[in-house]
Structure formats: C-alpha cells, structure tokens
Ligand binder design. Sequence first.
Ligand SMILES: Nc1nc(O)c(N)c(N[C@@H]2O[C@H](COP(=O)(O)O)[C@@H](O)[C@H]2O)n1
Ligand SMILES: [Zn+2]
Length: 370
Amino acid sequence: MSFDHACMARALELARKGRYSTHPNPRVGCVIARDGQVVGEGWHVRAGEPHAEVHALRQAGAQARGATAYVTLEPCSHHGRTPPCADALVAAGVARVVVAMQDPNPQVAGNGLARLVQAGIEVSSGVLEAEARTLNAGFIKRMEQGLPFVRVKLAMSLDGRTAMASGESQWITGPAARAAVQRLRASASVVLSGADTVLADHARLTVRPDELGLDAELTALAATRPPLRVLIDGRLRVPLDVPFFQAGATLVATCAAAMARERYLDAGHELLAVPGSSGHVDLHKLLAELAGRGANEVLVEAGPRLAGAFAREGLVDEYQLFVAPKFLGSSARPLLDLPLARMAEAQALKIVEIRAVGDDWRIIALPQGE
Ligand SMILES: Nc1nc(O)c(N)c(N[C@@H]2O[C@H](COP(=O)(O)O)[C@@H](O)[C@H]2O)n1
Ligand SMILES: [Zn+2]
C-alpha cells in the first residue's frame, strides 16, 4: 500500500468515528503528514462543530506548512455553520491536498478543490473513493437526489418467516444480532415503522446505549444524536398511550385529516400530513420530506406490509437480513408482502456481505436495477 493510500485509509478510519453523530453532515476524516510522518489527525464530530480539517490543522500547528492533507471529502468552500476549510488549508500553508471524493453538496461541488488549485496547492482526487462513497451513501443520495438512503432491516428464520401466525415475533434472533440492529438505529437519521408493527409488537424502536456494544466515547456520542422516530399511520389507528409514543417525541406521517394535529402536539409529537390514497401515505413524498429535514439514512423496521410497499415501489437501497437458524413453519408470517405471479417479476438482489453475528447470520443485499 502506498503512503497516500495508508494515510487515506487512516482518514477513513477517523471518519467512521462520526458514524453515530455527524448527520445531517457527512462523516469526514483528515490526516496531515509531513516528511512521511503524521503530524495531525481529525474527524468531524457533530454538525455545528469544526470540520475534520480544522481539528487536524489544530493538531499539526506550524508543522502543517509544506505538508500534505488527506481528506475523505473535498474541503468545503462555503460559509455554512462553520467557515470554509479550503481557506484554512491555504492559510496554514499546506502544499498538497489529496481527497477521496468531491463534495456532492451543490454549495461546494468542485469549488473547494478549485480554490486550493488557485492558491497553488497541488490537488489529487479519487484515492479510496469507493470506500468514502459507501461511508456517506446517505449524504450523497440526499445531495444528488433529494432523497435519503433507505435501509430495510428484516429478521427472519431460515425458512423466511418473521412472526408466528399469532403475531408473536420476539425474539427470532439472538443478542448479538439485536446489538447490531441497535447500531443500525444509532447510525440512522430516521428510524421508521408502521402502525401494524407498533400495535402488534409494542415496538419502541429506540437506541438503548447499554445494548449498542460500543466503546464509551461512541456510546456517549450516539446518545447526543438519537434518530428521529417516524411512524407511518395513514388512518391514525395507533393510540397515543402505546410504548412507541411513550418512548419519546415521534413524527407521525398520515394522510388522515390534520384536525388531530393539536392532540398529537399536546402529547409532544408532530403530525405530518402526507398525500396518499386509500389510507396509504405516499412513501416517495414522505422520503422527500425527510430528506428536506436533513435525513441522510432512513432505517425501515416494519412488518411485511410496509416493508413490502417499500420493495414494490423500488424505494429500497439496501436490505439487511438477520437470519436465525430455526424454522418457524408454514403457518408463520412471510418476510415481505410482495405478491408476484411469475418468475420474471422476481426482484433480483446482489448479496454484498454474509457474516455470522453470534448464532445468527447477517446478509446485506442490494436491489438490482431493471
Ligand atoms: N470537507 C468537509 N469536512 C468536514 O468535516 C465536513 N463536515 C464537511 N461538510 C461539508 O460542509 C457542509 C456542512 O457545513 P457546516 O458544518 O454547516 O459548516 C456539508 O453539507 C458538507 O458539504 N466537509
Ligand atoms: Zn469544511
């Protein structure tokens, strides 16, 4: 591995520390090196706080002059919540900047690199770009398409069942898989569910710090940036005294009359009117609204009907399937409500990862285009 790759790999490792706290901002890491030695490191912790480059420059101090800065995202050129990092790199006298990828934020989009070049700094782009894109898939999709990255989590038996006919579904998978799901929740901007799940499972869909299995620093960070919990309840069937509402402020997406807004507000929740038909919220419009509120990644934890609707409408970017080594039998409920008549209609997936998680298995699969 070249020195450039090694430094960018370290910058990506730093960026990943922001997995649970940076949203709506991207996860970014920075390494500053001079004469083959790392002299500064930094990562973006939270929106409103200094960017990765600023932390690394502070650590490098005077040693930044003539050094190379490795950043996982193009340095910003705009005045957002913080001043432009490109200017800070120029002022520090950095000689070379290596980035993994351009910033898809239209306020930056190449302007940061252009500013560095104008100042006589040598710039190169594209080092470990694929890894950087994967880390910020949600931020990139929101910037480029005005939609969040949608990850659907499903837990099933080896025979593809998610709950007994009675609705009983706890616990299909073991504690390691449940901790992995906790981390998925913590890294999401939004955790989204439907009325069926909230009513049948008494689900709360909260992040529980003691179940995350993270070190103290990341656990504390995750607690400062919990995901917004969103309930899709087209006909307002879920009463306000269920555990889901009692677990904290909720955004309820509905196509029912907004007359109930005050009742939800009084209980500390927000009612969002979303167009829809036959009591079904328009999922694409809801996702666009969530992106408008800064949601990079949405985790869907729902039953077969809502998860099936996301699949049918082609709104899923990634499935995470937790598979327990047991059979639930033929009267148990299927994974997705996805009525398909012919093999030609089958939804093709590309499996990108299969990994043991305790006694269970995690399969990460991506929908394949038409
Ligand atoms: N290069 C870079 N490093 C970081 O550490 C960052 N957080 C970003 N973010 C870019 O700047 C925008 C946010 O700016 P403010 O935090 O509001 O000042 C964000 O949308 C990215 O474009 N970039
Ligand atoms: Zn910046």
